[in-house]
Design a protein around this ligand. Structure first.
Ligand code: 2U9
Length: 344
C-alpha cells in the first residue's frame, strides 16, 4: 500500500511538472486529490487493514496528500509569477518613441492689447475698473446725457433684453456707477475696459461685439490741456515716441467740448499715403470734457469739479499696430491667426 502511495506521488509530481497552465494544475488536483481519486480510495480502504498497518498507511497517505497539495500550490504560484512577468514585459514603455506634444495656449491678441493699454494707463496713475455687460437704460443712456428721444437709443442700434435692460453699447456706465460711488468727492481716475455690443452688420471694420477702453479723470481744476497731455503720452507709449496727436472738434452727448483725436500715420510718418488717405493722420480716439449735466447726475458739483473722458475701440488699436486687415480675425478663432500671437 505504501509503495502504491509513493508511486502515486511520483506520478502526480511528474504530471504537475508537465502542467502548462492553471487548468492543467487543477486537472492534476482533481485526478489525485479529488473525491474519486486514488488517495481518497486508499483512505477509504483503511478499514480493511490490520491494526498494525492502519496508522502507517494513514500517515503515509496524509504525507503524500500534503506533499501533492504543497507542490500544486507552488506550481500555481510559479505559473502566476510567470504570467505577471509576461504581462509586464509586454507593457514596457519604449522611452525612445516620440511623445505627444502638449499644445500650449496663448493669450488672445485682444487680451494682450487690452493689458498693454492698461499697463500704460496704470503708469499714468489710472486704476482699472470693470462693470456689468447687461445694463439698465439709466446707466447706459440717461446718466450719460442721452435722453429718451436720443437717436442712439434706437432699437435699431442696441440689443435690448427688456424695455429697461440692454447689452451695454459702451463702457461709460461703469464710469457713471463709479462716480456715484464716490458721492461727489474726487479724484476719480479710472479706465474701464470691456466688451460692448451694437447692432451692426459684421464686416472687415465692424463687429456687433467689440472691446472698448474708456477713461475718466474727474477732480478739481481738470482742464483740456490735461486731456491732451495724457492722450499724447499714451499714444507715444503705445505706437512709438515719434508719433504725435492732434485734436479736432467733434460732438458727443456726454462731453462738452468734444474732440476726435488723430495720430500721425505710422506708414508715411505724416506726409500722406494710401493708409491715411493722403492726410498724414489716422483717427484713433474720441474724447472731451465731461458734460456738466453728466457730472451732476452722478453726484458731482460741476461748479467745483471738472473732468475729461475718452474712449477707444481696442480692435482698431490692435489692427493699426499689428497690421491686421480684418476685425473678424479676432472672433473666428482660426488657429493660424491665433498662433501668431504667442510672442506678444
Ligand atoms: C462718462 C462721461 C464721459 C467717454 C467717451 C468717447 C468720447 C468716444 C468712442 C471711441 C470709439 C467709442 O469705441 S468707440 O466706438 N468713444 O468717442 N467716449 S468720450 O465719455 C464719457 C464716459 C463716461 C461718465
Amino acid at each position: 500500500m505504501i509503495e502504491r502511495l509513493q508511486a502515486l506521488l511520483s506520478e502526480a509530481l511528474e504530471e504537475l511538472n508537465q502542467a502548462a497552465d492553471k487548468k492543467d494544475v487543477e486537472k492534476v488536483r482533481v485526478k489525485y486529490l479529488g473525491k474519486k481519486g486514488p488517495i481518497t480510495e486508499v483512505l477509504r480502504g483503511m478499514g480493511k487493514l490490520s491494526a498494525e498497518e492502519r496508522p502507517k498507511v494513514g500517515q503515509a497517505a496524509n504525507d503524500v496528500r500534503g506533499e501533492i497539495q504543497e507542490k500544486l500550490d507552488e506550481k500555481n504560484q510559479s505559473l502566476e509569477a510567470e504570467e505577471l512577468n509576461k504581462q509586464l514585459a509586454g507593457e514596457t514603455i519604449d522611452v525612445t518613441l516620440p511623445g505627444d506634444t502638449v499644445k500650449q495656449g496663448s493669450r488672445h491678441p485682444l487680451t494682450a492689447v487690452v493689458e498693454e493699454i492698461e499697463d500704460i494707463f496704470i503708469g499714468l496713475g489710472f486704476s482699472v475698473t470693470e462693470g456689468p455687460e447687461i445694463e439698465t437704460d439709466y446707466y447706459n443712456f440717461e446718466a450719460l446725457n442721452l435722453p429718451k428721444e436720443h437717436p442712439a437709443r434706437d432699437m435699431q442700434d442696441s440689443f435690448f433684453i427688456t424695455e429697461d435692460l440692454l447689452l451695454r453699447t459702451q463702457t461709460s456706465p461703469v464710469q457713471a456707477r463709479t462716480m456715484e460711488k464716490h458721492e461727489g468727492r474726487g479724484p476719480v481716475k479710472i479706465i474701464c475696459p470691456g466688451k460692448v455690443y451694437r447692432r451692426d452688420d459684421d464686416d472687415a471694420t465692424h463687429s456687433h461685439q467689440f472691446m472698448q477702453i474708456e477713461g475718466l479723470y474727474v477732480d478739481k481744476n481738470i482742464r483740456m490741456s490735461d486731456l491732451k497731455g495724457i492722450l499724447e503720452a499714451f499714444v507715444k507709449k503705445y505706437f512709438g515716441e515719434e508719433r504725435t496727436i492732434r485734436l479736432r472738434p467733434s460732438f458727443f452727448p456726454f462731453t462738452e467740448p468734444s474732440v476726435e483725436v488723430d495720430v500721425t500715420c505710422g506708414i508715411c510718418g505724416g506726409s500722406g499715403c494710401r493708409m491715411c488717405k493722403q492726410s498724414g493722420w489716422i483717427e484713433v480716439l474720441g474724447a472731451g470734457m465731461v458734460h456738466p449735466k453728466v457730472l451732476e447726475m452722478s453726484g458731482f458739483d460741476p461748479e467745483e469739479y471738472s473732468g475729461f473722458a475718452f474712449g477707444m475701440g481696442v480692435e482698431r488699436f490692435a489692427l493699426l499696430k499689428y497690421g491686421i486687415d480684418d476685425i473678424r480675425h479676432f472672433y473666428t478663432n482660426d488657429m493660424r491667426f491665433l498662433n501668431q500671437w504667442k510672442q506678444i
